[in-house]
Design a protein around this ligand. Structure first.
Ligand code: ADP
Ligand code: ZN
Ligand code: MG
Length: 483
């Protein structure tokens, strides 16, 4: 029998607001001394009064609108009750039956076709404190307690580990475009919990799902899903049944492991948070947020193909990061008046520049070579002041020193030699020094020309204009052939 996987995703996202969800404490806790960003509200003292963070509401609205959700005109907060050391109040403020956003979708690319993954809901809640287990003691840091979180829950529309990875990658790009989160998984700003079940292919009923927690990269999400699909399929094929449990991922053994069985499933006894008013959003408010949304990745990719005539894969690559696409557009705009075409700019950005950024482990926003400086370099190549190959070396030097292209070219005397007069003598010398290749060429082996061009380039320290050299050699050699 054929089986198919059914997967739904729960994603938690820490919002990059200035302050926490219900108090004035700083929200960007990363790198701060433990328990320094706290107050009676986020420490859960009795008798305090929480206040809803307006920026968090706006960020949630931005995300909801970008995922095609309905934004609820009326929503509310609820208490989710449970006891744990990382939860000082003994409950987490979340949204239960009336979330701020519902019924949206996100489109992913799958081998050329596009597929919509339904978004069931997006709701606001608060993060817990952070625990550290060292030897026989446990430490707790409340800086993260009360940091705004969004929980994004999909419909069970995902069918494979790869689809899940695509979904998460796209979601992360959108979150970063919107500027609502760093969405950095390594720092816990984005956490993904897949729910996985397996059923006979074509069946309308869903199988029993298991949930996988504590996955720290998209790669691991994909591996864990694939592992679970195989495991569950094997159990069902052997006539067994799947139990609804929570699993974790064992890094060393590359397999899922039982974390919590259903008997311990908690009843959170949700009830409306009495200290917070319901959240009532006027249509005008929602429309104002909508009109402030940036161009989103899909729209930008389409525009890049259209406006710049880029290859689809290049448009996709550039549009997958807002900083990269901004850099590209700035560079193109500066280079265009000098006749440098948009695809050439793209080739340099995704080729040479990406390589240098990678090696230096730097983001494009911190590139020592800005878009204006790169456009200057490309104009010099276009004008023929240097050839493309020398340009690559100059870019490396610009990257290393932060100096501009002209200064480096002048100091190192890299200007391209384009005058036939200056190159004729070198070309003739190369012809005299290489009698065998020359006679091969004269005998009809055209490809030998490339070797001879290379010799001239070497003699000139790479500075000769290769087009001029090619013409010169052709002309000299055909004169010999005629002799
Ligand atoms: P829970 O109450 O256990 O968290 P929900 O019904 O809220 O479960 O769903 C949580 C996530 O699991 C959603 O993303 C949903 O699409 C997905 N899901 C629900 N049922 C299944 C199933 N049988 N198989 C796979 N995923 C499922
Ligand atoms: Zn606080
Ligand atoms: Mg769940």
């Amino acid at each position: 029998m054929q089986y198919e996987a059914v997967i739904g995703m729960e994603v938690h996202v820490e919002l990059a607001t200035a302050s926490k969800m219900f108090c004035g404490c700083r929200a960007d806790f990363f790198g701060h001394d433990p328990n320094t960003l706290v107050c009676p509200v986020c420490m859960g003292y009795p008798g305090v009064l929480p206040v809803i963070n307006e920026q968090a509401v706006e960020y949630a609205t931005r995300v909801g609108l970008s995922l095609g959700c309905e934004i609820a005109p009326f929503s509310k907060f609820d208490r989710k009750n449970y006891t744990y050391p990382d939860l000082p109040k003994g409950y987490q403020v979340s949204q239960y039956d009336l979330p701020i956003c519902r019924d949206g979708w996100l489109e992913v690319d799958l081998d050329g076709s596009r597929k919509r993954i339904g978004i069931r809901r997006v709701h606001m809640e608060e993060d817990t404190a952070k625990e550290f287990h060292t030897g026989d003691s446990s430490l707790i840091d409340y800086n993260r307690s009360g940091v705004p979180l969004l929980e994004i829950v999909t419909e069970p529309d995902i069918r494979s580990g790869e689809e899940a990875r695509q979904f998460l990658t796209k979601l992360r790009t959108i979150l970063r475009y919107l500027g609502v989160s760093t969405a950095d998984m390594e720092k816990g700003a984005m956490r993904c919990e897949p729910n996985v079940s397996v059923r006979p292919a074509g069946s309308a009923e869903m199988g029993v799902k298991i949930e996988i927690k504590n996955l720290n990269s998209f790669r691991v999400v994909k591996m864990a899903i694939e592992y679970e699909i195989e495991r569950q399929t094997a159990v069902i094929e052997a006539g067994g049944t799947i139990e609804q449990v929570t699993m974790g991922w064992n890094e060393r053994e590359n397999r899922t492991v039982l974390q919590r069985s259903k008997e311990f499933a908690e009843d959170y006894r949700y009830f409306p948070e009495p200290d917070l008013p319901p959240l009532v959003l006027a249509r005008e408010y929602v429309e104002a947020v909508r009109s402030g949304l940036p161009e989103l990745p899909d729209a930008k990719r389409a525009r890049f193909e259209d406006q710049y005539g880029l290859k689809p894969a290049d448009a996709e690559l550039l549009a997958s990061d807002a900083e990269v696409s901004d850099y590209y557009e700035d560079c193109s705009a500066a280079a265009e008046p000098h006749g440098v075409d948009a695809q050439t700019v793209c080739n340099w950005v995704v080729g040479e520049l990406f390589r240098l950024l990678n090696e230096a482990d730097t983001s494009i926003a911190e590139s020592p070579v800005g878009p204006q400086a790169l456009s200057n370099l490309l104009s010099l190549v276009k004008r023929g002041t240097i050839n493309a190959n020398t340009g690559k070396g100059v870019l490396m030097e610009m990257f290393r020193t932060g100096r501009d292209a002209e200064a480096i070219i002048a100091e190192k005397g890299l200007s391209q030699i384009s005058s036939a007069g200056a190159l004729r003598e070198v070309a003739e010398q190369v012809i005299r020094d290489n009698p065998d290749p020359v006679s091969q060429y004269l005998g009809g082996k055209d490809s030998v020309l490339g070797f001879l061009i290379g010799q001239v380039m070497r003699q000139t320290g790479g500075k000769a204009n290769p087009h001029v050299v090619r013409e010169l050699l052709r002309e000299r050699l055909s004169a010999q052939r005629d002799e």
